[in-house]
Design a protein around this ligand. Structure first.
Ligand code: CTP
Ligand code: C5P
Length: 390
């Protein structure tokens, strides 16, 4: 059955259902966040094999504005998401039947927001018409636009333990919005963590007897390719690695990183890290110093830290003193010097560009909403007064 151009599952014949269902997603995937991961998770659950097309820098710049991350960085980030089977580099901005056929994809999946080209056309128009489009739920409370806003703002109101302050509210109420109202897709809203979401993202696997249990800890704020490279290298240390990531609470991260860090609160950081294919388990609010209790509780075989500075605990002690005493501490190079601070610097350097990009996106969405509303009104008028539609 095809409803509003969206194919529902009951149009698959039993033969079709038995073969591998190939699903296509595409997007910019700039500053990959748990909203993107959640979209890919939902898409993967609609089939058996997930192919993700990522646009080039040139395409993103043309239709949306300058990306924060380069195409190479964006390809790598999407590859690290555990629900992705294949990445197609440089996928076209407009999704056509030709693209779906080229990669043998049964249908494509997009969030329930709207994506428009530079001249305001729905990029999924063709595949919707042909019934090869499906929708998943967009994750509320996170978008690249919102994250850029938080970085430009430099307040702490996004921290999970701090009440919204008026500065933040005032700024987010105005940030990136057109003159009338704001887009329901891009507008800022608060992310609410639920146990269901954690269950959906978690591996749910206990370590097996032959697994090597490796513990790493940190902020993992704005989960980026520096983190991915680090975790990939840690993963390579063992034949059967079981990586546990200890995430520090927001107050702790703020103690050692200062400013308005972390940009993402602990609930958000939990999902970003769980979406990574190298991670098996997350400790939400790990102690800053790696204690004997923690090592014994998880039966940790190895503790790793990257080449970034190890900041002392509140009492000036080394947080890795216990694993070092047990001779199970290893320093691992990620070969990547990207830090959350660098990302913020990129944003600040290009502040005007990003503000313009956010405003452009929201203005386009508002125009689309107006057009949809107008079309609905005309249709209703036509139903009530059949003569008017003749
Ligand atoms: N997406 C989502 N939830 C979010 C953000 C994005 O489900 N909070 C989905 C989009 O609906 C789309 C896919 O992720 O199907 C890729 O989105 P992308 O092209 O990167 O752009 P945006 O939707 O503009 O994402 P953002 O606003 O974060 O830039
Ligand atoms: O800085 P943060 O606490 O997020 O770092 C988490 C872990 O990732 C640390 O072990 C850090 O050394 C490592 N890392 C890395 N290379 C980067 C960024 C972080 O190895 N570019």
């Amino acid at each position: 059955m095809i409803k509003n151009g969206v194919a529902s599952s009951d149009n698959c014949s039993p033969e079709k259902r038995r073969r591998t269902v190939r699903v296509w997603c595409d997007g910019c995937y700039d500053m990959v966040h748990y909203g993107h991961s959640n979209q890919l998770r939902q898409a993967r659950a609609m089939g058996d094999y997930l192919i993700v097309g990522v646009h080039t820098d040139e395409e993103v710049a043309k239709h949306k504005g300058p990306p924060v991350f380069t195409q190479e960085e964006r390809y790598k980030m999407v590859r690290a998401i555990k629900w992705v089977d294949e990445v197609i580099e440089g996928a076209p901005y407009v999704t056509t039947l030709e693209t779906l056929d080229k990669y043998n994809a049964d249908f494509c999946v997009h969030g329930d927001d709207i994506t428009l080209t530079a001249d305001g056309k729905d990029t999924y128009e063709e595949v919707k018409k042909m019934g090869r489009y499906r929708e998943c739920k967009r994750t509320q409370g996170v978008s690249t636009t919102d994250l850029v806003g938080r970085m430009l703002l430099m307040t702490k109101a996004h921290h999970s333990n701090i009440e919204k302050n008026s500065d933040y509210q005032e700024h987010t109420d105005n940030f990136g919005k057109g003159p009338k109202g704001h887009s329901p897709w891009t507008g800022v809203s608060q992310f609410l963590q639920t146990s269901q979401k954690i269950i959906q993202f978690a591996s749910g696997k206990e370590p097996e007897p032959n697994d090597t249990i490796i513990y790493v800890a940190g902020a993992f704020d704005l989960f980026h390719i520096g983190h991915v490279d680090f975790l990939e290298n840690v993963y390579k240390l063992a034949e059967r690695p079981y990586i546990i990531v200890g995430l520090h609470f927001d107050q702790e991260v703020n103690r050692y990183k200062g400013k308005n860090y972390p940009i993402m609160n602990v609930h958000e950081r939990t999902l970003s890290v769980l979406a990574c294919r190298y991670v098996s388990e997350v400790v939400i609010g790990a102690p800053y110093s790696v204690t004997a209790d923690l090592l014994d509780h998880f039966k940790v075989d190895l503790v790793c830290h990257g080449k970034t500075e190890v900041i002392a605990d509140k009492d000036a002690s080394d947080p890795y003193a216990e694993p070092k005493r047990r001779n199970i501490f290893k320093s691992i190079s990620s070969g990547n010097d990207l830090t959350t601070d660098h990302i913020v610097q990129r944003i600040i350097k290009n502040r005007l560009h990003f503000e313009a990009r956010n405003q452009k996106k929201e203005a386009k969405e508002l125009a689309a909403i107006e057009a949809i509303k107008k079309r609905c009104d005309e249709q209703t008028k036509g139903i009530l007064d059949p003569k008017s539609s003749e």
